[in-house]
Design a protein. Structure first.
Length: 188
């Protein structure tokens, strides 16, 4: 029979393996409604529902659900890695979130720059052009997307309604996404 110290050590290791660190609270979060439409020469797809976006440093969690709460997709992003689970619980993982979303849903959604665009600014790591309405950015052109901020919240002046458009190409449908942010994060 092993000495008492050995049992205690095994118990501590076993309990440590079972314990998990609870996720930290998000630095920024957004919830609201969305509608998305993809149109190609021979097909038209549309979907609408609710979204939740949580941002923790360079990690993002995006959950898309139908109006009654059925999961459409769960997208987890961190530097160099992304994982997409669709509503049928099929998982896709790889280094590029935009490509994985297209693989899971059949067409691209504006994912890569989303954490910046939700704050009404372009991703500083990539080329972009902006148009201003007074002191606020009203339009961002980045990564093939045109992002229009059509309404801001008061008093935070954060985007409340955002329109994302991507033109059709020979191999990809044109995509239009609208977000209505019910609870814009008010952090800086």
């Amino acid at each position: 029979m092993p000495p008492l110290r050995a049992w205690v050590a095994m118990l501590v290791i076993a309990l440590g393996a079972c314990a998990s660190t609870p996720p930290s609270a998000p630095e920024r979060s957004y919830a609201g409604r969305f509608s998305a439409m993809a149109v190609s020469a021979d097909r038209r797809d549309s979907v609408s529902g609710r979204f939740l976006i949580e941002i923790r440093g360079q990690q993002q969690l995006i959950e898309l659900a139908t109006p009654v709460g059925t999961t459409l997709a769960r997208i987890e992003i961190e530097p160099g890695r992304a994982k997409v689970t669709d509503g049928k619980l099929l998982g896709f993982s790889g280094p590029n979130a935009d490509e994985l979303v297209e693989q899971a849903l059949g067409w691209r959604l504006p994912v890569a720059g989303l954490s910046h665009w939700l704050d009404g600014r372009p991703d500083p790591a990539r080329d972009a052009s902006v148009s201003r309405d007074g002191e606020h950015i009203s339009e961002i052109r980045q990564d093939g997307w045109i992002i229009r901020i059509t309404e801001v919240s008061v008093p935070g002046q954060k985007p409340r309604r955002i329109q994302f458009d991507r033109a059709a190409t020979a191999v990809e449908p044109g995509v239009s996404v609208r977000l209505l942010i019910d609870s814009p994060d008010q952090s800086p």
